[in-house]
Design a protein around this ligand. Structure first.
Ligand SMILES: Cc1cc2nc3c(=O)[nH]c(=O)nc-3n(C[C@H](O)[C@H](O)[C@H](O)COP(=O)(O)OP(=O)(O)OC[C@H]3O[C@@H](n4cnc5c(N)ncnc54)[C@H](O)[C@@H]3O)c2cc1C
Length: 304
């Protein structure tokens, strides 16, 4: 618990980020969880995953931008990415974070930036998932998601089962038939807004999963947790919900054998494929989720 909090704290330290990004060793280690620095490398990773039967969602790493130029550049990159997905005929949609689109700078500016992405995706008959960040941003993120869905439909939300508010958010999203990715949540949240105990987070996950699967909308169940996956499979079987009506989602490089096993069993599996040079906060959150991954980092440190 202390280790997790420390790693999540470090994930937000700008000075440390700049220091770590400079190390060649750190770049090499990040490749376990990040597909590459360029769009070409990311598309190549998607091709390989598609060949193995996976769907993917591509994420341009970056968050909490501090100026509008950076946010416009990030959105422009997503437009190019959507064009490349279409040109290469690969099976991928995109995921983006609103603080990369300028959410902390100006709400309307951010809205227009994401709107450009959703519009371009619509032109390619593709889909945009808006990732969920920490709780001070939940309301604004959902607000943008609802507004874009009203206009374009090809946009989906993320719900975190550690938040107390999530049941009500799921209800509102289902009312509009908005596609949801359900995850446990990756940020350090105070107990005023979020469950602290794993048991409670898991129980809420199962409860929300059931509401989502029964809705008839195509949702994503995003977890590496055997118990959550088994609960989903069992519930779907009991309710005669077919394998085609939902998908499992995993992060790139995590529990690869389980990913392959589910594909073998005929489930839809989508891999979240991050790319880009701004991997530090993403990488540190993965370390916080499973401090055992630090051994992997240590092993690589000595393999120079
Ligand atoms: C596709 C996808 C998209 C996501 N999008 C968001 C988002 O938009 N917003 C958000 O807040 N969070 C997001 N997350 C992260 C999520 O909230 C969790 O932090 C993360 O998935 C860990 O929770 P878990 O469900 O895997 O279960 P946990 O209870 O954390 O872990 C269960 C088991 O899974 C394995 N495992 C978990 N994490 C790792 C890891 N890093 N390395 C190796 N093994 C691991 C371990 O065996 C562990 O015992 C996303 C996760 C996925 C899979």
């Amino acid at each position: 618990m202390v280790m997790k909090s420390t790693l999540l704290f470090l994930s937000r330290q700008e000075k440390l980020k700049n220091f770590v990004l400079g190390f060649e060793f750190a770049q090499r280690v990040s490749r376990r969880f990040v597909s590459g620095e360029t769009q070409e490398q990311a598309i190549q990773a998607v091709k390989e995953l598609n060949q193995k039967g996976f769907l993917t969602t591509l994420d341009r790493l970056g968050e909490n931008v501090t100026n509008k130029e950076e946010a416009v550049k990030a959105a422009d990159d997503y437009l190019l990415l959507l064009d490349k997905i279409s040109q290469n005929g690969v099976g991928s949609n995109v995921s983006c974070k609103l603080t990369q689109m300028g959410l902390d700078l100006d709400f309307d500016f951010c809205f227009n930036n994401v709107k450009r992405i959703v519009e371009r995706a619509k032109g390619h008959d593709n889909f945009v998932r808006i990732d969920m960040e920490d709780s001070p941003r939940t309301d604004k993120t959902l607000q943008i998601c609802f507004a874009l869905h009203r206009e374009y439909q090809n946009v989906g939300a993320v719900i975190q089962s550690y938040l107390y508010r999530s049941e009500e958010d799921v209800r509102r999203l289902l009312e509009q038939k908005i596609r949801i990715r359900l995850c446990k949540g990756a940020y350090k949240e105070p107990k005023t807004v979020a469950f602290r105990k794993k048991k409670e987070v898991d129980e809420n996950f199962v409860k929300l999963m059931k509401q989502m699967l029964k809705s008839g909308v195509y949702h994503g169940i995003a977890t590496h947790d055997d118990k959550m996956i088994q609960a989903t499979i069992d519930f779907a079987k009991k309710e005669n919900i077919t394998k085609e009506s939902y998908e499992f989602q995993f992060l790139y490089g995590i529990r690869r054998e389980l990913q392959e096993e589910l594909v073998k069993q005929g489930y839809n599996v989508r891999i979240y494929v991050p790319y880009g040079d701004q991997w530090y906060p993403y990488f540190m959150r993965r370390m916080a989720e499973r401090p055992a991954n630090l051994f992997f980092v240590a092993k690589n440190f000595f393999r120079r």
